[in-house]
Design a protein around this ligand. Structure first.
Ligand SMILES: [Zn+2]
Length: 356
């Protein structure tokens, strides 16, 4: 005889459904890190997670995929970081394009498109535009793909409440409390620290363990900011940066150069460069979404800084840096990357034409 369902049983079912729906909204219910529409191409040989370098990150909103692209020929190692600040979307899209279409013929490239994955979940309006939550890009197949437009800082619910004053570890330098959630303020990080410190520590572990030779941390600034089109170099990497800037100038791209100042602490290029042998760089392209004075910024098509142009500048800068790194490094540590299309096409065609 069939068991009769009691009213309580169906109430439990509804409760379960309700909790599952809640789980979609609140990552605290154990769904782990935010996932993204990234479609690895032929160049990707392995998928790892940042938690492979710090197991304490596993299952947390700070964990994030690490795409490994290994060339046929042994060589040097390059680490590409997008999404340190996930509202700085040109870096994220350049990293995704590298994963989807890039190819490595010599050396190994590690790509982390969403370095601060907690911050990538949604935009809290740090620059006054909380309406920016997604970017929609139509591919050449007519498919509309959606990418998170995130926040500058780790989501508050993913970390202990901000202190009144943030004391940077280990420098002791003091900042406003919210900087405790800024990935680019927390290097070298701490294995048992806050989520943001743990992410920094895991990235440093990756750089050490994989013997990374070159790291690029891709950022964006406001379009009228002094930082727009700025390449910041660790002092040891300045010569490579200067040679790359001259090469870019010949290709019609004018970038400014700055070197890491001793008094600035917690920044990727400063701390990774000081603590390992890596040549560390940070690149800034201009993003209309970081301009509080623009009403309804068009983050994809603003003619002053269209997204395809910003992604082009990020990738072109990386190519120039790697070429000049190869000139000053032993041939067995060379790094050679390519795309199956001329990079210049990115400057004139929409990004969707190149994504998978
Ligand atoms: Zn930034």
């Amino acid at each position: 005889m069939a068991r009769r369902k009691s009213p309580l049983y169906s109430l439990g079912g509804w409760l379960l459904l309700f909790l599952l729906l809640l789980g979609v909204t609140f990552p605290g219910l154990g769904l782990g890190p935010t996932s993204h529409d990234v479609r690895p191409g032929y160049g990707v040989s392995e998928l790892r997670w940042l938690s492979d370098y710090l197991p304490a990150l596993k299952g947390t909103p700070g964990d994030t995929p690490v795409y490994v692209m290994k060339g046929k020929k042994e060589g040097g190692v390059f680490l590409l970081l997008g999404g340190t600040h996930p509202d700085e979307i040109a870096g994220i899209m350049a990293a995704i394009l590298a994963v989807e279409r890039g190819n490595v013929s010599q050396g190994t490239v590690f790509v982390i498109p969403h370095a601060n994955n907690s911050a990538s979940r949604h935009n809290n309006g740090h620059w006054g535009h909380p309406e920016l939550q997604w970017l929609e890009i139509t591919t050449s197949f007519g498919e509309r793909r959606h990418f998170h437009y995130g926040d500058r800082l780790t989501q508050p619910e993913d970390q202990v409440p901000d202190p009144k004053e943030f004391v940077q570890y280990p420098s002791g330098e003091k900042f406003p409390g919210y900087e405790a959630r800024n990935l680019n303020r927390n290097y070298p990080g701490k294995p048992d620290g806050t989520l943001t410190q743990q992410v920094c520590f895991a990235i440093l572990q990756l750089v050490e363990k994989e013997r990374v030779d070159v790291v690029m941390d891709m950022h964006e600034s406001g379009i009228s900011s002094r930082m727009a089109y700025m390449l910041v170099c660790h002092p040891r990497a300045l010569q490579i940066g200067a040679m790359a800037a001259m090469e870019l100038e010949q290709d019609g791209i004018s970038i400014k150069l700055e070197t890491a100042r001793k008094e600035f602490h917690g920044l990727s290029y400063r701390e990774l460069g000081d603590r390992t042998g890596v040549y560390a760089f940070l690149m800034e392209t201009p993003n209309p979404g970081q301009e509080p004075n623009i009403d309804h910024p068009d983050i994809i098509h603003d003619p002053r800084a269209p997204l395809n142009h910003r992604v082009y500048v990020q990738l072109k800068t990386i190519f120039a840096l790697l070429e000049n790194y190869n000139l000053v490094s032993p041939p067995e540590r060379a790094i050679r990357v390519s795309f199956p299309f001329p990079l210049e096409k990115l400057d004139t065609e929409e990004l969707g034409a190149f994504l998978r």
